[in-house]
Design a protein. Structure first.
Lengths: 450, 122
């Protein structure tokens, strides 16, 4: 609802004089479409017409304002209900506000101003709620499997299958994979496709928080519980109430805190640092790490009991180099997104560029591919990305050659193959460059064809 | 011509109503007409409940009448109507209620006369 859109307002009032007054005051704004009711039941029966705001008298002939308010809230808790009443008893006002009334206005000589103010605020609130719902919907669509995780390689299809299983229950999910493989994307994909999608998704990167602050970050703290705790703070677990918490880099968690996390998972309750009260939590847990947790257990860095608690449904994300043609799909996706975001027009990938992209091993995985493609789009002088526009600058690129564990013969073959391609299968030239006999190359070629 | 109460003062004061509607005389007229149509039956209801000693109902009617008296600026009835509401609902000092209702009726009759004159002058 934008500020100029018509909004439907129900006025529920049995006093004809007051009904006329409310109708007049609210109707002064031409954007208000008003419907009046002189009793509660008629108003309740018309709720299917979806009013944006309701003004409700407390004393009606058929039902009390309290009963009507409860029924409206049961129908749709988001409809702001402004009580306009002659009741001046503070207890009644408090009770109705506790039941979810948006405002309580007493019928006196200031009613007009108070009502206008309450309506303005209610409309602003409706706009915010609508905006939040739209954003939630957009996020939800963004993280639909097909939209967020791109690929059709067998390796990624396995991940999709596991994610589909993951969304059906609340089982803990442990996501592992090299850096840049999209662990958080998978976590978001699971959350935004699960029954908890309308509740918060709270990601916490444990490697990015100073160790001494992790406990407070996760579980919150009470005012004065430590130096610097000047106010009470709600922890991430409480913040994720009803939704999902994603603990990234779980292997980095300190052993002492691991014991506390284990207790939280087992008891489903948290206690703020420096606090005595126990707060029950309803949170789904997703964890991720680029390390092998089982190895960390063996090394004594990770508690075995917590390891089994967290294992749940394990999802191992494949490194990009094992995702075959997904590399090209992803590259095209990143190129198209980048061009569109930066008004660069349409750019495409030359065939040789695609081959070059496929030959690389991507130690930084998808994150690295994205960065390489974006840089190539900037560097390109044509509407086609050429091989020379592609620059792999990974600090790990020296590992490119040895990223796979091959035999010496296999490495030799790979080197020969590389130079044969480079010098258009000119055996003499390659033999000269590599300082080997041409017979070695012929032998290699013969083996390759048999 | 202004009508006045026994003390020579006007009973109604439409300044609050005018502050709401400005120079929208149609709305002002509608409000006065609705008040004139709606209030006499309520006073009759009060008197009927008096016969049946239905004190709470009398209190509820007084409560319902209260806001419209604000629009017509019948300030002299404000405390009276509050007492009828409170004593009726709490069933306290019920012996005073009949007299208070008669007094309210008397104020209202004066107010009706003033408002009818107001309508004629419109």
């Amino acid at each position: 609802m934008s500020s100029n859109e018509t909004i439907k307002i129900f006025i529920v009032e049995d006093d004809p004089v007051y009904l006329k007054f409310l109708n007049y005051v609210i109707g002064l704004n031409p954007d208000h479409e008003i419907k009046t009711f002189s009793n509660g039941n008629d108003a309740l029966n018309a709720l299917h017409e979806r009013p944006s705001i309701i003004t409700l008298d407390y004393s009606l002939p058929d039902k009390s304002g309290e009963e009507i308010l409860k029924e409206i809230k049961e129908f749709d808790s988001n409809i702001p209900v402004i009580i306009v009443s002659g009741q001046e008893e503070i207890g009644i006002a408090v009770q109705l506000l506790k039941l979810g009334a948006y405002d309580y206005i007493i019928k006196d000589e200031e009613t007009k101003e108070r009502l206008e103010y309450a309506l303005t605020n209610a409309k602003r609130n409706i706009n915010l709620v609508n905006e939040i719902n739209t954003l939630k919907q957009e996020i939800s669509e963004k993280y639909e499997f097909g939209n967020s995780i791109i690929g059709n390689s067998p390796a990624i299809k396995k991940v999709f299958d596991l994610m589909k299983k993951a969304i059906k229950t609340n089982i803990t999910i442990s996501i592992t994979g090299e850096t840049g493989t999209g662990k958080e994307l998978v976590a978001k994909g699971i959350h935004y496709n699960s029954a908890r999608k309308k509740k918060p998704f709270i990601p916490v990167n444990l490697a990015a928080i100073p160790k001494e602050l992790v406990e407070s970050e996760l579980f919150g703290h009470e005012k004065g519980s430590f130096t610097g705790a000047v106010t009470r703070r709600i922890g991430r677990f409480e913040e994720a109430s009803g939704g999902t918490i994603f603990l990234d880099e779980i292997a980095e968690m300190d052993l002492n805190l691991q014991a506390k996390l284990l207790r939280v998972i087992q008891e489903r309750e948290v206690s703020r640092v420096g606090g005595n009260s126990i707060i029950p939590i309803d949170v789904r847990l997703l964890v991720a790490t680029h390390k092998n947790l089982a190895d960390e257990v063996k090394k004594g860095n990770f508690r075995e009991d917590l390891y089994y608690r967290l294992l749940g449904l394990p999802i191992q994300l494949p490194p990009l180099r094992e995702r075959d043609t997904d590399i090209i799909l992803l590259a095209k996706h990143f190129l198209s997104s980048f061009c569109s975001e930066n008004d660069l027009g349409d750019l495409s990938l030359d065939r040789e560029t695609q081959e070059k992209l496929l030959r690389y091993h991507y130690p930084g995985n998808i994150r690295e591919l994205k960065s390489v493609i974006e840089l190539s789009a900037v560097m390109s002088n044509h509407n086609v990305i050429l091989p020379e526009d592609i620059n792999f600058n990974s600090p790990k690129s020296e590992e490119n050659f040895t990223y796979q564990e091959l035999s010496l013969k296999e490495y030799n073959d790979r080197i020969i193959d590389h130079f044969l391609k480079k010098y258009d299968n000119n055996v003499l030239k390659v033999a000269d460059v590599l300082d080997i006999g041409k017979s070695t190359i012929y032998r290699y070629l013969k083996e390759k064809t048999t | 011509m202004e009508s006045v109460d026994r003390n020579g003062k006007r009973i109604t004061d439409l300044s609050y109503l005018v502050s709401i509607c400005g120079d929208d005389d149609d709305f002002k007229t509608e409000m006065i007409e609705t008040f004139l149509k709606n209030t006499p039956p309520l006073i009759n209801d009060m008197k009927n409940y008096l016969i049946e000693s239905e004190w709470k109902m009398i209190g509820d009617i007084a409560h319902k009448m209260k806001p419209s008296f604000t629009f017509m600026g019948i300030h002299s009835a404000k405390d009276l109507i509050l007492s009828i509401e409170k004593q009726g609902r709490m069933q306290e000092n019920i012996k005073e209620i009949p007299t208070m209702i008669l007094e309210l009726e008397s104020i209202c009759l004066g107010a009706f006369a003033e408002l009818e004159t107001e309508l004629i002058q419109e």
